[in-house]
Design a protein around this ligand. Sequence first.
Ligand code: MCN
Length: 790
Amino acid sequence: MVSLIGSKIERKEDKKFLTGKGRYTADINLVNQTYAYFVRSPHARAKILNVNITKASKSPGVVKIFTGEEIASEKIGGLIAGWKIVSQDGKDMKVPNHPPLAKHAVNYVGDHVAIVIAETLEQAKNAAELVDVSYKIHKAVVNTADAMQSEAIYEGIDQNLCFDFILGDKRKTEDSFSSADKIVKLDLRNNRLIPNAMEPRACIGDYNSSSDELTLYTTSQNPHLSRLVLSAFGGIHPEHKFRVVAPDVGGGFGSKIYAYAEDAVAAWASKKIERPVKWVAERSESFLSDCHGRDHITHVELAIKNDGKIIGLKVDTIANIGAYASLFATVTPTYLYAPLILGLYDIPTAFINVKAVFTNTAPVDAYRGAGRPEATYLIERIVHKAANEIGMDQAEFRRKNFIKKFPHQQCLVHNIDSGDYVAHLDKALEISDYKNFENRKSESAKKGKLRGLGFSTYIEACGIAPSAVVMSIGCGVGLWESAEVRFNATGNVTVFSGAHSHGQGHDTTFAQIVGDRLGVPMESIDVVHGDTDKGPFGMGTYGSRSLAVGGSAIAKACDKIIEKGKKVAAHMLEGKPEDIDFKDGDFILKNSNKKKTIAEVAFACYLPGQFGEIKSPLPPGVEPGLKETSFYDPVNFSFPAGTHICEVEVDQNTGETQVVKYTAVDDFGTIINPMIVEGQVHGGIAQGIGQALYENGHYDESGQLITASYMDYTMPRADNFPQIKVDYTTTPATSNPLGSKGCGEAGAIASPPAVMNAVIDAIGADVSMPATAEKVWNAIKKNDYKKSAA
Ligand code: MCN
């Protein structure tokens, strides 16, 4: 039988999506449903003096209006930060309370003040206009760089400082700098991004007063975690009577990990009014209130020897985490960032300082890559500069400094189990036809275009899970993943996963794993996820963990099925379990021509006595049924890595940059479905090109989000991308039974520095992200001026 692992099988789920049969939260309409609209703060920072709902309450169709006052009086808990970071002075991070509806103060434009519930959406919106809120406006803190010098937003949080985190050996790093031949320095900004999943967030709270059961339909990447947070910390409803359903979800990219204020309030409000409460975000609300990503400013220094050997690294970052510390906001600029700053390089010592600051802007949290794009951006930008400054070829500089032996314990945190960095560098050089770049550059010059080439090599710690590791670095809970593999009596299989697919193709790849392990045809396998009532507790999808952790749980559950199946088959075949081999869906008695298919064994497990050959097909002590559950907690992260090479052409007259050639060679360990992986890589690269050239979340001085619509926030379009060449090298991961490494974020991590290094190579001047036509044009002019003055 041809293995399903590594097969380009078409996505099972696409038929429904391509024929308009996806069922998203906004598609769900319940009997007696009401519609919610949120009154949001128009100010970035203000005290709430009074919320007058008298007039609004009398508006036609209004069912009820709730304010922060009521929510606070019912002791509904605030939204939480899930990861505790300790500052260098030994003190715990400082976080303000984050009430689902503001009571005393609002802290960013879009902050939630009241929920208006009416018979129709129009009526809710009309009434929301009549909610009269008196504010005392204060000067907003907006800029990442100035936040610590600005007036404190919260009492008790001096300098607006959430934490002052350090990692590494300061003394040793200072010593390495003293012995350096050259110190290369760079100031960088990692621009704020707004996620923009295709489907805006939505939720419906549905309370059943007869059974006292609460159901929340929501656009979540991890329904079990949402239920846990809302029940344990929000006190919305007891977990055993609380069901969270995340049906089809149209992309998340991290922004739908968190239980948001809207989820908490709609669920709670449906209990109060005993009717379903539905809320669907408008795109402008998504811009204002979805968690944003990135927003760092960084100073980095690299100590090198004349021969190009890197001997030390120093990094100072200020990370803007917005108005409140969202669920993963504190781990993103610390443990998902700082340890990865070493890149693929064997750097003996490093010292990193990250100061996370509160500002009057939307909360900033994990967005595709989460910390790792920021880390890769800084190391690949400074490496590009260093190679240039000592006049070494970019590829050779990297090759010289690569880690070459595995496992490798880095000087900061990670122990990297496997990799071959030279292999993907060489393959990328070949595919991109690196050696003929100068010819292509001359061709571009003939068209009046400046051509540049940029490298990015990256490493990622993903498959976010290992409880022992994450809890040792502050995570409030261990992370693992669950799966149940359930044979039905007639031989088909239902797989329940705690991961959630919202574009990643789990219905297909997880079925491939089961089909491959159990020898069951793909069409007989159904993957179910996204409903807390259906499968066991699960941790959800983020950090490119679903295959390495969730897929491994599925594989483990399959192995348990085979173990039990061997006992049953042995009994049926009148042999011993140790004499049974399992291959391609058949249990075979060694040295005989006797066998039973797995479907026959499953049937026997459910309907003992049907087979007539022996009295009972179940051996003594074996329970009926054929379903197994596994909770899988890996021993380590998985460490995908790769080399991306980008070529751009810059129009010197307009400053317009076009990516004209892009090569990605990645090592994702064992690949289950190369077609799905290629799609994941393409999508990530598209997002990274968006960050490098177009996207920028920008607040003005008063804290108004200037880029709050597609008129002002530039999303990349299809004609901004070239044909992307994707290829792989393979070193299997040793931390999970599949040997797989995550692929979901790689493109977004690797591509921004590849693009920016190419732009800088083309124009011969530094420029910050996004490298808009205006910025690039000005940089070219400034550079020309410098050249002519010299
Ligand atoms: N895969 C594979 N072989 C590998 C690695 C992965 O066949 N060696 C397959 C997996 O089985 C899965 C897919 O590729 O079908 C992605 O797997 P994985 O890397 O484990 O990532 P997750 O499934 O955990 O997805 C999360 C990741 C993240 S963190 C973001 S952000 C992101 C991304 O996936 N958001 C996405 N890709 C997205 N794609 C879409 N369409 N929409 C999003 O919101």
